[in-house]
Design a protein around this ligand. Sequence first.
Ligand SMILES: C[S@@+](CC[C@H](N)C(=O)[O-])C[C@H]1O[C@@H](n2cnc3c(N)ncnc32)[C@H](O)[C@@H]1O
Length: 270
Amino acid sequence: MRLSDHEFLHIVDYVRGRYGIDLSNKRTLISGRLENYLLREGYRTYSEYIQLVEQNPTGSEAGNLIDVLTTNHTYFMRESLHFEYLQKTVLPWVKAKEEKRNRDVRIWSAASSTGEEPYTIEMVLNDFFSLDNRWDTQLLATDISARVLEKAKSGIYLGEQLNPLPDKWKRRYFRPINADEYQVVPSLRQQVVFRQFNLMDMIPFKGLFHVVFLRNVMIYFEEETKRKLLERIYQHMEDGGYLFIGTTESIDKTSADFQYIRPSIYRKKV
Ligand SMILES: C[S@@+](CC[C@H](N)C(=O)[O-])C[C@H]1O[C@@H](n2cnc3c(N)ncnc32)[C@H](O)[C@@H]1O
């Protein structure tokens, strides 16, 4: 099936407008990922499909488009210096701040993909607060793709995916379910609240976050989209709250008032 210039630009415009994702130099990715699906579903042209998506942007075909076109690569302990910094610097600050308030730790994994990032954060939280049940350590994990959220909620991973984790966490938080796969124990799964959320939308979550993980997602956005997103996130953070971005990403100095701490770690002004 041929993807014409017109169809290509149409898909690029739609995805950029609705999800902020810039696919303008990803022509092969679009045709490579969509073609088989369209043929299987009996579409004759890309236009036929994109028109259907546009007519019902919250429908299943629109959901499928974003499932197919997003890149969801992630793994446990990715950019492990962030988890070390969380444990050694950020959580002591949260503890000191919240101890005399309501002992509520508010962390958001804002592009959580298949769950490896939020589950890693939750394991750090459990270690730090030693499962002290006076502390509310539930965390929010969101992504735009329903497919990755289903996978994240199931908490099922191949044995080899657990390799980066320390042995004590593998033993404590995973159970084998067959010869190849392990599942996150229910007590840890219940600590992570997964929701579908488009980072282009107004942030509907109540309460100000102490920590936001916004890692390896802004690479797909244009500068202006990034700037507006960072402003919205800034408004939803506690004073002194920490923002982690991917180690290959950067924040332009005019983006909100985030204070630079070290590469990929920023802070809202205290
Ligand atoms: C490469 S993964 C990053 C996963 C994890 N944060 C990490 O660093 O390993 C990027 C994720 O961003 C999500 N994403 C892309 N555009 C989005 C949007 N507009 N709103 C919410 N999530 C989005 C994708 O579905 C994908 O799961």
